[in-house]
Design a protein around this ligand. Structure first.
Ligand code: FUB
Length: 307
């Protein structure tokens, strides 16, 4: 059964939700999960899918943030950021990633640029993982005209930020072509050239994590999307393709994963379109399942559950 919640649909402040089955939230549609482990809590950031039932196309006007001490009891906080909080953006709260550095929280987000055609990536900052966040630059960090690999206007999307053990931060992003670049210590400027990584059937949604000394780069594979991944001994590659990590997620063309370790367990967080009767590719819902590693460091295929 799907978990019920008592939360209202109006971005309530500090509403508690008990999520014991997938999708974890049923009071509103949530997509593109990114998770941050900070101190003894998980912060889950998601886009809010607001498309009318049975209409094609994303309607995403704000991001949402939830926190949990145990992955079951979630507190929904006030919406911490919307695309138009970036004065240079005109809307569309596509996928984001929030990361902490030196007690500040940096929110990398995909939005539609107001004057440069296509999607762009901005950075917002806060002293608190639940916000409020404000634009950290006053301009986009990455715009569609900075990369010329494809003609599509949404190829600069889906930021995934990673800070290596030596303190060097990297941003990975892309649709069709996977890009990455170093970030300066201030987290709001690129540091050096934009490079590309070639992986089989890369669509979008990169996520980089480290586990027991190995680097993992997971991503949305083909379309409709499965999740695939590659491994490397070095954050700058070479990346070795390792295969499919998760199958198609029910009733959604996209799957958009986040991977974390928390309190001794590993989790695979993604979205599907499984809420009856109007869930789907534009009315998606965040789900969480366990992730397991083999002895050789490869990841076992995720077993998606509904209970
Ligand atoms: O939610 C809008 C877009 O759909 C995201 O940026 C992609 O990752 C896909 O999930």
């Amino acid at each position: 059964t799907l978990s019920g919640t008592s939360a209202s649909a109006q971005s309530p402040a500090d509403t508690t939700i008990r999520a014991t089955s997938n999708p974890i939230f049923t009071h509103k549609y949530t997509a593109d999960p990114a998770a941050l482990v900070y101190k003894d809590k998980v912060y889950l950031y998601a886009g809010h899918d607001e498309a009318p039932a049975r209409r094609e196309g994303y309607v995403m006007n704000e991001w949402l943030v939830f926190s949990s001490p145990d992955m079951v009891t979630w507190t929904e906080h006030k919406s911490p950021l919307k695309p138009t909080d970036f004065a240079w953006a005109k809307g569309e709260a596509w996928a984001s990633h929030v990361i902490e550095r030196d007690g500040k929280f940096y929110w990398f987000s995909t939005v539609e640029h107001a004057t440069i055609k296509g999607k762009a990536i901005g950075v917002a900052v806060s002293d608190n993982p639940i916000g409020p966040f404000k634009d950290a630059r006053g301009s986009a960090l990455i715009t569609n005209d900075m990369t010329t690999d494809t003609k599509i206007s949404w190829d600069d999307i889906d930021p995934a930020v990673f800070i290596d053990d030596n303190g060097q931060a990297y941003i990975f992003w892309g649709n069709t072509v996977l890009h990455y670049a170093k970030l300066k210590k201030n987290m709001v400027e690129l540091d050096g050239p934009i490079k590309t990584i070639k992986l089989p059937h890369f669509t979008e949604a990169p996520w980089v994590h480290k586990h027991k000394g190995m680097y993992y780069l997971s991503y949305a594979y083909q379309f409709p999307e499965k999740t695939a991944y590659a491994m490397s001994k070095n954050i700058e590659g070479p990346w070795e393709y390792k295969g499919i990590l998760n199958e198609l997620a029910g009733n959604s063309n996209t799957n958009h994963q986040a991977i974390i370790d928390f309190k001794g367990k590993s989790y695979f967080i993604y979205h599907n379109g499984a809420i009856p009767t109007d869930g789907g590719s534009f009315r998606r819902s965040v789900c969480i399942d366990y992730l397991d590693y083999n002895k050789d460091g490869t990841m076992k295929r995720v077993v998606m559950t509904s209970e």
